[in-house]
Design a protein around this ligand. Sequence first.
Ligand code: PAF
Length: 288
Amino acid sequence: MTALVHTRAGLQPFLDGFANGKRGVAMTMGALHEGHLELLKKARHDCDLVVATIFVNPLQFGPNEDFDRYPRTLDDDLKLCAEAGVDVVYAPAVEEVYPGGQPIVKVTPGPMGEVLEGAFRPGFFTGVLTIVNKLLNLTDPHMAFFGQKDAQQLALVRRMVLDLNMPVEIVGVPTVRDEDGLAKSSRNRYLSPEERTTALTLSRALFAGQEKTTDGADAVREAASAVLEPAAQAGRIDVDYLALVDPRDFSEVSPTFSGEAVLALAARVGTTRLIDNLPLILTSPGAR
Ligand code: PAF
């Protein structure tokens, strides 16, 4: 059975019960879907105690973003957590997470947090790293599980843990997609059926780029862009960025780059902003 606690004090007995076991956390903002289910199952597989956190973090939403309309579906979330074998869901109130009100001290993501998502959502990664740090302190895990769908977030969390000597292992879990390729996201539920069809342009663009990994970085970018452009020109999507980046620092890779890269994009379909990415291994044409 999955327990639900709303306070740190309520969580303590669970942590005490597994003082000598391996404790894992999967942090979420609720509105759980199969992508989260994979995180939770991986945590269940790797850990003795599995804590899922559900907290819609105000600090990572901009003034014109969807904090108020972000889906809050606790009853359904608890069912999914039970299905995944989660031991305890920690769903704290904002007053417990931010006891001093608006925080004065925050975690600064640095240059890697200022590109791509960071450029389009100023302050977003400060909010994310600050809450991840807080939830790690509150849940005291050995392992923490994050989805690769939020590739830049995952890279920044890894970097924070490295740079701040934090005693936790960060585990990335592959993106889960619908059969037609659409990456699972809590925000997909905002899409009308027509918008959902349009949203498939994102994953199609990524898969088109993936076809060109042996032709070098420019070919990958061009192939993805060729899928996005007609939809953008017809006004069906509004592309924020399409980028092929080095996963270590999220800087754009050079045309002769070979090795691991991430093809990432963000676009608005109607009023819904979606992100997606694919990890790729690139072979530079010059290297062949
Ligand atoms: O990926 C998310 O859902 C959020 O950014 C996270 C990690 C739970 C922090 O609020």
